[in-house]
Design a protein around this ligand. Structure first.
Ligand code: ADP
Length: 342
């Protein structure tokens, strides 16, 4: 079959399943090549128009020479933090209308999850990720509406490591501590503390990588000055642990345990989003700490956005395809996996 025919068929299928997806959106972001990495003839090729992504197999062997994927949006390697935020902002703003919102970054270690969610450095405003931009935006909005609605904003930050939830902002409370914030500066200060407390360990792929999920939660309560009526919304911003498959023969002990916990929680997350996208009556929230923590912002009226992060280099091809398949499964748009064209 030629390429155009497959693309057309996929498009049709995609439009049919769009309705099913409801409140779940999936954006793909391709990291640029980093210093020292060069594009080679066999690097991952992609075209990113209209949320369509075609990935070429660098080995060019077998029947799957190309795979077709479809997202709500694809951000190429040259996309800026600002562009990414512009497409995220409306979702974040719906928090002030009383919605629960969950934004997650999924991908292998080094694929840009932290870059998308937080940015490379807290000090570089131009490169701020979704986290800081979201809070900055929310404060502007809440301050400009002070005459009509009074808002209170509370922030929590936890990490989930080996199925244990740990508060990153305080040591001495049993549950995640809630911190009242009044400005972006308050938030920056708290997030700095949280980042320092986050458990990080070295892996072969990326020294800074973290094998824990980090969850920043923003809770907003708005009271209408005239009617005294109240609205509550919450936003969870999640930087997931690396999704790479660990070779069981290469790790033992703590590393193996970590890998098993990560696997378990990411598949539990996949199962929950899959159940929601397919409107299954039973949604298996109880299967992991991660899905329990996120429960009120996944499903029901809640709005979910997943950033699927991928690397451009050919060495990452296998992980890239596995990441894209995960995305495809959770979004209810399973069409490219078995399809190929020559
Ligand atoms: P992850 O959180 O998935 O492990 P990181 O966010 O730490 O990955 O990204 C790995 C490296 O790539 C970091 O040095 C980061 O600054 C860089 N990087 C990731 N995405 C981008 C991007 N869109 N533009 C520029 N550099 C990026």
């Amino acid at each position: 079959k030629n390429y155009q025919v497959v693309v057309e068929e996929n498009r049709k299928l995609y439009n049919e399943v769009q309705e099913l997806k409801g409140n779940i959106r999936v954006y793909c972001r391709i990291r640029p090549f980093l210093k020292g990495q060069n594009k080679t003839e066999t690097s991952i090729e992609y075209t990113g128009e209209n949320g369509e992504l075609v990935v070429a197999n660098p080995l060019k062997k077998g029947k799957d020479t190309h795979r077709f994927f479809k997202f709500n949006k694809v951000f190429g390697p040259s996309s800026t933090q600002e562009e990414v935020f512009l497409d995220t902002q409306p979702l974040i703003r719906s928090l002030l209308d009383g919605y629960n919102v969950c934004i997650l970054a999924y991908g292998q270690t080094g694929s840009g999850k932290t870059y998308t969610m937080s940015g490379p450095s807290i000090n570089s405003e131009e490169h701020w990720g979704v986290n800081y931009r979201a809070l900055n935006d929310l404060f502007h909005l809440t301050q400009s509406s002070q005459n009509t609605v009074m808002y209170e904003v509370g922030v929590q930050m936890v990490e989930i490591y080996n199925e244990q939830v740990r508060d990153l902002l305080s040591d001495d409370v049993p549950d995640a501590s809630m911190h009242c914030v009044r400005s972006t500066e308050d938030v920056l200060e708290l997030m700095n503390i949280g980042l320092m407390n986050r458990a990080v360990g070295a892996t072969a792929l990326n020294e800074k990588s973290s094998r824990s999920h980090s969850v920043l939660s923003v809770h907003v309560r708005g009271v209408d000055v005239k009617t005294d009526s109240e609205l509550r919304g919450s936003l969870h911003l999640v930087d997931l642990a690396g999704s790479e498959r660990i070779d069981r023969s290469e790790v033992t002990g703590d590393r193996l345990k970590e890998a098993q916990h990560i696997n378990k929680s990411l598949s539990a997350l996949g199962d929950v989003i899959f159940a929601l996208a397919h409107k299954n009556p039973h949604v298996p929230y109880r299967n992991s700490k991660l899905t329990q923590v996120l429960q009120n912002s996944l499903g029901g009226q809640a709005k979910t956005l997943m950033f699927v992060q991928i690397n451009p280099d050919e060495d990452s091809y296998a992980e890239t395809v596995s990441t894209l398949k995960f995305a495809e499964r959770v979004s209810g748009v399973e069409l490219g996996a078995a399809r190929s064209y020559k």
